[in-house]
Design a binder for this molecule. Structure first.
Ligand SMILES: Cc1ncc(COP(=O)(O)O)c(C=O)c1O
Length: 336
C-alpha cells in the first residue's frame, strides 16, 4: 500500500517525540473540522438506508442529481479502474498517487502527462484523469478547459475523470453539476468530505457520473458502503451552508498567510503555490527540509520520488499557537 500524510504515530516513534507534541501539517485536511453534533443512538442501531436524505443534501450542495455516496472518494479511485474496459489511461503528473497505482494494478496501459500536456493526452487516451485543484502542486484547471477536453474524449468514446477532493473552497470551478448529464455523459467527478469539511475519518465521498457507472460501482461496493453515522454526519455538514460560507472566508485568509510564511524556505524562481487547504513549496531540498522540520516536531509531507516535482506540502495550522510554532520553526531553519 502507498504511504500518505497523517502518520503521526510513526513520526512519534521515529523521532521519540510524543504524538501530542507534534504540529501535524502533513495532510490537506481542514484543521477546524465541521463540528459534529451528537449522533442519535438510533442511527448507530439501524442499517443504513439509501433514502435517509443524504442524497438530497449532496445534490443540493454539489448541484448534481447524478451522485453515488461512497466510503470516501478513495472507493471510486480503487473501483473505477476495475469496472472500465482495459485501455490507455493518461494520468496527470504529479497527482495523488493512488490514481496511477490503481489503474496500473487493474491492467490498464498508463501514460503520464503534465498540466500543459492535457490536450495532447486527451487526443489519444481512452481515459484521462486529473485532479482539480491538484494535490500536491495546487494546479488549477478552468472549467471550460476541462469541458473541451471531455468533448474531445467523447468524440472517441473516451472519458474524463476529475478528482475534486479539494474543490469545496471554490465550488464555482466544480464540474459536478455536469458530470453524467445528457450534455456530458462521459464526465466523471469525485468529491470528498475529508478535506474542506475536515471529516477524513468519517470516510465519505461521492461519485458524480452517468447512471450505468453509478450502478456498476454501487454493485461493486455492496449494500452498505457507508456506515449510518457517517451518512448522518455527512448530511448535516452538506446542508450547513452557514458553516461552509464561514469556512470559505477563513480559508481565503489562511492559505495566503501560510504561503507567505513558508515562502522563504523556497526560492524566488519557483514560488510557493497557495491552494485553499495547503501550500505547495517546490524545492530540490524537500527531503532535507522535511527532516529539519521533523526535528522540530513539525510534520509536513515531502515529495521526493519524482525528480521533476520535488517539494513540500504544508497543511494549514489551526489555532494561533500553531501558526506561531510554524513561524518559529521556519525562522530556525532560515538562521541555521
Ligand atoms: C486528491 C485526493 N483525492 C482523493 C483522496 C481520497 O480522499 P477520501 O477517500 O477521504 O475522499 C485524497 C486523500 O488524500 C486526495 O488527496
Amino acid at each position: 500500500m502507498l504511504e500518505h500524510g497523517g502518520r503521526r504515530r510513526a513520526a512519534a516513534l521515529r523521532y521519540s517525540v510524543p504524538e501530542a507534541d507534534w504540529l501535524d501539517l502533513s495532510t490537506g485536511i481542514h484543521p477546524f473540522a465541521y463540528p459534529v453534533p451528537a449522533v442519535p443512538t438510533e442511527v448507530w442501531q439501524r442499517l443504513p438506508e439509501d433514502d435517509d436524505g443524504l442524497l438530497g443534501a449532496a445534490a443540493a450542495c454539489y448541484g448534481s442529481p447524478n451522485l453515488l455516496p461512497l466510503a470516501g472518494s478513495q472507493q471510486a479511485i480503487q473501483g473505477l479502474p476495475r469496472l472500465l474496459p482495459a485501455g490507455t489511461v493518461a494520468v496527470l503528473r504529479p497527482i495523488y498517487a493512488e490514481h496511477s497505482a490503481h489503474w496500473s494494478a487493474a491492467g490498464h496501459t498508463l501514460q503520464r502527462f503534465t498540466a500543459d500536456g492535457l490536450e495532447a493526452a486527451a487526443a489519444s487516451a481512452d481515459t484521462v484523469v486529473v485532479c482539480n485543484p491538484n494535490n500536491p502542486d495546487g494546479a488549477v484547471f478552468p472549467r471550460q478547459r476541462l469541458l473541451d477536453v471531455a468533448a474531445t474524449l467523447a468524440r472517441r468514446g473516451g472519458r474524463l475523470i476529475v478528482d475534486e477532493a479539494f474543490i469545496d473552497a471554490a465550488p464555482e470551478f466544480s464540474l459536478a453539476d455536469l458530470a453524467g448529464s445528457a450534455a456530458c455523459p462521459n464526465l466523471i467527478v469525485l468529491r470528498s468530505l475529508g478535506k474542506f469539511f475536515g471529516l477524513a475519518g468519517a470516510r465519505v465521498g461521492f461519485l458524480a457520473a452517468a447512471a450505468d457507472l453509478r450502478n456498476a460501482l454501487r454493485e461493486q461496493a455492496g449494500p452498505w458502503p457507508l456506515a449510518g453515522p457517517a451518512r448522518w454526519v455527512a448530511q448535516a455538514a452538506l446542508g450547513d451552508r452557514a458553516w461552509q460560507a464561514q469556512t470559505r472566508q477563513w480559508l481565503a485568509a489562511a492559505s495566503p498567510r501560510l504561503q507567505r510564511l513558508v515562502a522563504p524556505l523556497g526560492d524566488a524562481k519557483r514560488p510557493a503555490v497557495a491552494s485553499a487547504l495547503f501550500v505547495w513549496l517546490p524545492t530540490p531540498r524537500a527531503a532535507a527540509l522535511a527532516e529539519a522540520l521533523a526535528r522540530q516536531a513539525v510534520l509536513v509531507r515531502g515529495f521526493v520520488d519524482d525528480p521533476a516535482f520535488t517539494g513540500l506540502r504544508f497543511g494549514l495550522p489551526g489555532p494561533e499557537a500553531e501558526w506561531e510554532r510554524l513561524t518559529a520553526a521556519v525562522e530556525a531553519l532560515r538562521c541555521a
